[in-house]
Design a protein around this ligand. Structure first.
Ligand code: NAP
Ligand code: GDD
Length: 356
């Protein structure tokens, strides 16, 4: 039985990766931060049995606390360490740039050092959650492993350090350390302040009669959106390779935020009619004329990433990885999952914060 340690296990990818590895019979350990309210709702939903049985174990630690990382890594001595923990919101990184650098950049270094200092450099394989945000103001399209980086946010810059320190430890110490350069991936466990989940939740509420206006930022931003479950399968494949290396995981398809809105509301039978431009653009229910979407400039980023489109050919050729779930299906499933959740919340008068 292999042992894996996942940082960021309470997040979207961490929860799906834990599920995936548990199904492969791994012993899974997660690093969690202490929170004043329970924050393991994703794990409870999809790994509840294993949490109870002890096949999934949680250890307190924090990426900005080297001592805790040394202790947990020494204690678990994992075969595989997946570093998924991060302050992962791009706009928030402009509000908390120093913390983001510390956790997302130096955090990766702390983990690599903890592996080394515990004498595990030849045992523990390391995966770093790198990101398409590294390409930022893209210098070519589509973006591949050979495309130069040009990050556009404190988040992107912090992740740039995480990327290179992973490469450096691989080269300097012969560690099995790899980067997955992942393009956006979504699903029903996505955090609610990322644009896809914000939209799917708003569509679900609209269908159930809660007709509040959805305020969004840049509708013209374009992303290469895939399904998170396909991407955690790719993370695992990267770590299983004989030689460590860096891989882009992407769908190779691009869609705008506006298209996401169209499809999400289409899933509940509402056609959106767009009018106006820039900050005055409005999306209405074509049938009733009700306003569904408005622009709120506070969601604009000081420096935006206009377009991300990945070239996943290396992952296909070397790992045999490709995304499976198609974009329209992903959007529809997210809306349906949010509808089911909203119905349950309403029917049982549940505390939203604990449930979502
Ligand atoms: P997420 O849902 O925001 O989860 C982030 C996780 O990191 C949470 O478990 C969070 O814990 C934890 N965390 C944050 N700061 C920490 C700290 N200082 N110490 C320990 N844990 C900390 O993110 P995600 O979407 O699953 O993404 C996973 C990773 O992939 C991130 O590194 C992200 O930057 C990267 N990535 C994501 C995408 C994507 O499209 N999802 C694409 C490319 C790369 P709490 O629950 O306590 O907040
Ligand atoms: N969050 C958000 N909220 N984004 C909005 C909104 C809004 O109301 N309106 C428009 N957008 C635009 C953003 O400006 C951005 O261009 C795009 O929608 C996607 O935003 P997010 O969903 O916040 O994701 P992201 O692309 O910035 O970052 C995600 O993907 C990266 C990989 O490319 C995160 O998961 C990062 O952690 C990840 O590295």
């Amino acid at each position: 039985m292999k042992t894996a340690l996942i940082t960021g296990i309470t997040g979207q990818d961490g929860a799906w990766l834990a599920r995936y590895l548990l199904d492969l019979q791994y012993e899974v350990h997660g690093l969690v931060r202490r929170a004043s309210s329970p924050n393991i709702h994703r794990l409870s939903r999809i790994c509840g049995d294993e949490l109870n049985s002890g096949q999934l174990r949680l250890n307190y630690g924090d990426l900005i606390d080297a001592g805790s990382l040394n202790r947990v890594i020494g204690h678990v001595a994992p075969d595989e360490l997946y570093n998924l923990a991060a302050q992962s919101h791009v706009l928030v990184s402009f509000e908390t740039p120093e913390y983001t650098a510390n956790a997302d950049g130096v955090g990766a270094l702390r983990l690599l050092e903890a592996i080394r200092q515990n004498g595990l450099a030849s045992k523990t394989r390391f995966y770093q959650a790198s990101t398409s945000e590294l390409y930022g103001k893209v210098v070519e399209t589509p973006q591949s492993e050979r495309t130069p980086f040009y990050p556009r946010s404190p988040y992107g810059v912090a992740k740039l350090y995480g990327y290179w320190i992973t490469v450096n430890y691989r080269e300097a110490y012969g560690m099995h350390a790899s980067n997955g350069i992942l393009f956006n991936h979504e699903g029903e466990l996505r955090g609610e302040i990322f644009v896809t989940r914000k939209i799917s939740k708003a569509a679900a509420r609209w269908a159930l009669g809660e007709r509040s206006i959805l305020f969004l930022g840049n509708l013209d931003a374009k992303r290469d959106w895939g399904d998170a479950r396909d991407y955690v399968r790719g993370m695992h494949l990267i770590v299983q390779q004989a030689e460590p290396d860096d891989y882009v995981l992407a769908t190779g398809e691009v869609h705008s935020v506006r298209e996401f809105v169209d499809l999400a509301f289409d899933a509940i039978g509402v056609k959106i009619e767009w009018s106006g431009s820039a900050t005055n653009e409005i999306g209405r229910d074509a049938l009733s004329g009700e306003i569904v979407v408005k622009i709120d400039p506070s969601f604009f980023r000081p420096t935006e990433v206009d377009l991300l489109l990945g070239d996943p050919r290396k992952a296909l050729n070397r790992l045999g990885w490709r995304h499976e779930r198609q974009f329209p299906e992903l959007v529809k499933d997210m809306v349906m999952a949010d509808m089911a959740r909203q119905k349950l919340i309403k029917a049982n008068n549940l505390n939203l914060e604990i449930f979502i």
